[in-house]
Design a binder for this molecule. Structure first.
Ligand code: FES
Ligand code: FE2
Length: 397
């Protein structure tokens, strides 16, 4: 999560919270009015990850998405330019591309309702009408375009605040992951599932490992420090007593003999050659882009997870496992060892997220309280509070 804030209630050198902090109000996890507010102020004003650019590879290919209630289409146009539009016709608002993905039959988008036709750059090209509507400014009418950026092969859009930089979204310095060849990686497997929980429940679970000892038997076998319910050495108030310990139980990183997150800890080979010895030793690195995306980077693959809110109590989770092309071409590299491992971890997380969601409905439970290890949950909730706060008034205006 973000760097420490001046008012951060963590306890000195230790990462943990040093005072009681309450969670967000329980109603924020199911109230439709609150959900609409979060769509408006968070989902429609931040860069949201949609897909790998390579999944919209050819001119005329497209994919459609929905962020909250907003329908979008991403199209590869002339010269290979990728654009995003609201998936909405300028005539009477019909959906332009009803399928999740496809290839347009021509270098244009034709509305299936009355046949208005648009160029791939969004400009209106043709209106079928015997009445000759001279009052329509054909030249000046375009599809409603949405800001789109491609960061290292990942396509992001921003519906309402494109001035915000993409780097603002990330918890980490983007250069930090320069040694992973992210743009070259290829999707080896993908998985989409609906979780019956609010999107914030997912992120809160992501931001703590207090649940790990009870929920993730496989993962805690691979990452010993997680067995202690913590993520990093400094989460332990007694961390100084173990300073210099080579034991991953205290130092973090993978168990001895393991190289990656896989069923047996073995790597698939074709490892990323430019990683530092420390990056290899640790074996897993997180990169988070709120509110929609995170990556977990390993020595032989990268896992990309995308969240999209389907409703106050429903969230879509889409996972893409990314590999070097050589791995996918190598019959000896069994990617199932990698994918099955993290799919199991994600299934365990999904199950506890759904448990949390159901319990939050208890009228008596207005708010919870955070444990010291949940300092990143606290920071996430502060991020939500800040994003929902009204913009500061500019006294010069
Ligand atoms: S709504 Fe698209 S052509 Fe009429
Ligand atoms: Fe978990």
């Amino acid at each position: 999560m973000d760097a420490q804030r001046p008012d951060d209630p963590t306890a000195g050198d230790c990462n943990g919270l040093g005072r009681l902090e309450r969670t967000l109000p329980s109603s924020w996890y199911f109230d439709p009015v609150q959900h609409a507010r979060e769509l408006e102020r968070i989902w429609y004003r931040h860069w949201v990850y949609l897909c790998r650019a390579a999944t919209v590879a050819d001119v005329q290919s497209y994919r459609t998405f929905t962020i909250g209630s907003q329908p979008l289409v991403v199209v590869r146009g002339e010269g290979g330019v990728l654009r995003a539009f609201y998936n909405t016709c300028r005539h009477r608002g019909a959906t332009l591309c009803p399928e999740p993905a496809g290839r347009l039959p021509a270098r244009s988008i034709t509305c299936p309702y009355h046949g208005w036709t648009y160029r791939l750059d969004g400009g209106l090209a043709r209106i079928p009408s015997a009445g000759r509507p001279h009052y329509v400014d054909v030249q000046g009418t375009r599809l409603y375009e949405v800001a789109l950026k491609v960061w290292r092969g990942f396509v992001y859009v921003n519906l309402g605040d494109p001035e915000r930089t993409l780097a603002d979204n990330f918890n980490a310095n983007l250069e930090q992951f320069a040694r992973w060849p992210l743009e070259e990686l290829v999707i080896g497997r993908s998985l989409t599932k609906r979780l019956r929980c609010n999107w914030k429940v997912f992120w809160e679970n992501y931001n703590e490992c207090l649940h790990c000892p009870g929920v993730h038997p496989g993962l805690t076998g691979l990452v010993p420090i997680y067995r202690r319910g913590i993520m990093e050495p400094r989460d332990d108030p007694a961390f100084a007593e173990h300073a210099g310990s080579p034991d991953p139980l205290h130092r973090g990183g993978l168990r001895a003999g393991a190289a990656t997150w896989s069923m047996d800890g073995r790597s698939l080979g074709h490892e990323f050659a430019s990683l530092s010895p420390e990056e290899r030793r640790v074996g897993y690195h997180y990169m988070t882009s709120l509110p929609s995306h995170y990556l977990v980077l390993h020595v032989d693959h990268v896992r990309s997870s995308r969240l999209l809110p389907l409703g106050p109590e429903e969230t879509e989770l889409s996972i893409e496992w990314l590999f070097p092309a050589e791995t996918l071409a190598d019959p000896a590299a069994d990617i199932a060892r990698v994918c099955d491992f993290s799919a199991q971890v994600m299934a365990e997380d999904g199950a506890v997220c759904e448990l949390a969601q159901r319990g939050l409905h208890a009228a008596a439970h207005e708010r919870g309280m955070l444990m010291p290890e949940e300092y990143d949950v606290y920071r996430f909730e502060q991020w939500v509070r800040d994003a929902l706060a009204p913009a500061p008034v500019n006294p010069d205006r």
